[in-house]
Design a protein around this ligand. Structure first.
Ligand code: EPU
Length: 344
């Protein structure tokens, strides 16, 4: 049996894309399910709590963590079934999401090309049902395996059991804190592919790249998405950030109409349930925060929904910025922005 190597008082700075320093009392890198089982049988969750980190791309560390950090590093990419049209592709939770997108595209499997360059690991993707440019993880999701902390058993969740919604799943609500995702299986499609190119920026970028009269393929879509993201979103390797900091809020249709009388240009996307989704980036821009800084933290100049660490910011500084923006938006529009990022 492998022996666990738990490290003490470890700085999590290399493991979060904001690049924030925060010490965890104990740290364990988890390379496979056996390591999880061994940890669970011999030590279990300490009273000070458990922090599960994947790529650290959706977390704001505001303090030192007194408990145990499990850093998920389960690897593996395996086709577990296929037919003429589809493959079922199982990935370890610790695989890099973007590298997996590139591998799928290289293999000629369609379905996740619109999700290129989303930071983070495969295991974190179902947690918040990652999405971009008209596609969400749920569209290609088949099932996942997760370690059940109360019993130490591995359970399988199908798509329905995950209860996916906009940037959410059962793992953020009903069973929050009870499971650690270990493997994810996607159902991807072989050619001919159905492309999702309806999103304005993707269509424009493709028009520039694909000669008139030719049909784009999944590689073109992935490259278009990568170009759009690189032009608008800061690279966490250069400027610490965690993608969108807030969700796009949903407001009642009546409130949206009322706001439109004051702000005729307010965007809004009507939802099937009658509510209207409003771009948080627009709300933030209106309150004057776009490109502004508070200490070492700021709202990005090209996409203000992304909060960035300009270097040397503390977690408390990032949090103060988020709270100030939230307060401005509440004050101006009577809309409460909900963080998309997990605040620890
Ligand atoms: N907008 C502004 N000012 C700006 C930028 C945007 O007013 O400076 C407004 C515009 O009305 C624009 C709208 O915001 O049409 C939407 O902007 P964008 O297309 O950049 O998308 P988003 O809604 O801000 C969401 C996701 C992103 C994803 C993009 C593309 C959320 C919380 N964010 O952002 O996901 O990449 O759509 O599909 O849903 C993430 O979750 O970390 C993330 C980056």
């Amino acid at each position: 049996m492998p022996t666990l190597s738990i490290e003490l008082h470890k700085d999590l700075r290399p493991f979060n894309t904001f690049g924030l320093s925060a010490y965890t009392a104990r740290y364990l890198q988890v390379a496979d399910e056996a390591a999880l089982q061994e940890w669970w049988q011999t030590q279990g969750t300490p009273p000070e709590g458990l922090l599960v980190l994947g790529g650290g791309s959706n977390v704001l560390l505001t303090r030192d963590f007194p408990g145990l950090t499990l850093h998920m590093a389960i690897r593996g990419q395996e086709v577990i079934a296929e037919d003429d049209r589809t493959v079922l592709w199982q990935l370890g939770a610790g695989e890099c999401w973007h590298d997996s997108v590139l591998s799928a595209v290289d293999s000629g499997w369609g379905g996740i090309e619109n999700l290129a360059l989303i930071p983070g690991t495969v295991g974190a993707a179902p947690m918040q049902n990652i999405g971009a440019y008209g596609v969400e993880l749920k569209d290609v999701f088949h099932s996942l395996q997760a370690f059940h902390l109360p019993t130490g058993h591995i359970h399988t969740f199908d798509k329905e059991a995950c209860r996916f919604g906009y940037r959410t799943s059962v793992f953020k609500h009903e069973v929050k804190g009870q499971y650690i995702i270990t493997r994810v299986t996607l159902r991807l499609h072989k050619a001919p592919h159905v492309l999702h190119t309806g999103y304005g920026a993707v269509a424009e970028e493709l028009a520039l790249r694909v000669p008139a009269g030719q049909s784009p393929g999944i590689t073109d879509v992935a490259q278009a998405v990568m170009a759009i993201r690189r032009s608008k979103l800061p690279d966490p390797a250069e400027l610490g950030n965690a993608g969108s900091f807030f969700k796009n809020p949903l407001v009642p249709a009546a409130q949206h109409s009322k706001l439109r009388t004051h702000y005729p240009e307010i965007p809004g996307w009507p939802q099937p349930d009658g509510q209207v989704k409003v771009p948080a980036a627009w709300l933030i821009e209106q309150t004057g925060w776009k490109g502004k800084r508070l200490g070492h933290a700021g709202a990005h100049a090209r996409q203000p929904l992304v909060l960035v660490n300009y270097g040397g910011a503390t977690g408390q500084e990032m949090l103060a910025l988020a709270q100030a923006i939230r307060q401005s938006v509440r004050h101006t529009f009577d809309i409460d922005l909900e963080p998309e990022v997990n605040v620890v």
